[in-house]
Design a protein around this ligand. Structure first.
Ligand SMILES: C[S@@+](CC[C@H](N)C(=O)[O-])C[C@H]1O[C@@H](n2cnc3c(N)ncnc32)[C@H](O)[C@@H]1O
Length: 220
């Protein structure tokens, strides 16, 4: 309680560990809220949760409640899973895929991720998982970062085609990207141009500083 109060004045770090994927994982009280940060950026809760919450609202809570199956690629401390389960009241199945077991340990210990009843967590590389899965999904949330870096595979045709294949008709992809320079902005424009008229693609720039969100609907 004291640490939380103090955090309105200065951030209070309560846990820190090294991570192969993210260099460092830090659990911190910040302005009265517990957040997870990597070495150089916010990973879960805080601004990251606000970004994905906006994306979910662009898609629409009512519509999401009607979905059966959601896939979350990149879980960290699981803030978007909490938003889905507790704020949107999504009661369908949630599968979360996270490469870093340390992040999931933190998610369960400090953020109660294991209390979300309709959620299954798979420790795996998202790239491997999407090749293996036999399921189809109504909502696929892509939120994969290694600290501030986005792996190149996220923008490659092979990955995009595979994700599109796993998406049901009338389903949505929510893709969180970081645009720190002109090259990143061009990368995103090119990515957008790759979708055929079977998809409705929207870009939401400057969602909290450097993030650009995509919502992609599969029309047919
Ligand atoms: C910004 S965080 C995700 C935040 C989360 N979506 C939330 O709502 O709180 C990015 C996560 O992507 C994970 N990640 C990086 N590369 C990955 C990969 N190839 N497969 C799965 N997860 C990966 C990182 O370990 C990190 O936990």
């Amino acid at each position: 309680m004291l640490k939380r109060l103090l955090s309105f004045f200065i951030p209070v770090n309560i846990h820190e560990q090294n991570s192969d994927t993210s260099q460092k994982l830090e659990v911190t009280w910040n302005n009265g809220q517990l957040v997870l940060d990597s070495k150089n950026t916010n990973y879960s809760y805080g601004s990251l949760q606000r970004i994905l919450r906006k994306g979910l609202h662009y898609i629409g809570s009512e519509r999401i409640r009607g979905f059966e199956n959601t896939l979350v690629l990149g879980v960290a401390a699981g803030s978007v899973i909490k938003t889905l389960a507790e704020e949107i009241k999504f009661r369908g199945k949630i599968t979360g895929v996270e490469i870093d077991p340390a992040a999931i340990e933190i998610a369960n210990t400090y953020f109660g991720l294991n209390e979300v009843a309709n959620c299954e967590i798979v420790i795996d590389d998202a790239f491997e998982f999407v090749l293996k899965t036999k399921e189809k999904y109504d909502l696929i949330i892509i939120d994969i970062f290694r600290d501030t870096e986005m792996p190149n595979f996220l923008f490659e045709d092979f990955w995009r085609n595979r994700i599109n294949f796993l998406l049901r008709i009338n389903g949505f992809i929510l893709f969180n990207t970081m645009t720190l320079n002109e090259k990143h902005k061009e990368r995103n424009l090119l990515y957008r141009s790759r979708f055929s008229s079977d998809y409705s693609v929207r870009m939401y720039p400057k969602v909290e500083d450097h993030n650009e969100l995509f919502t992609i609907k599969k029309l047919r």
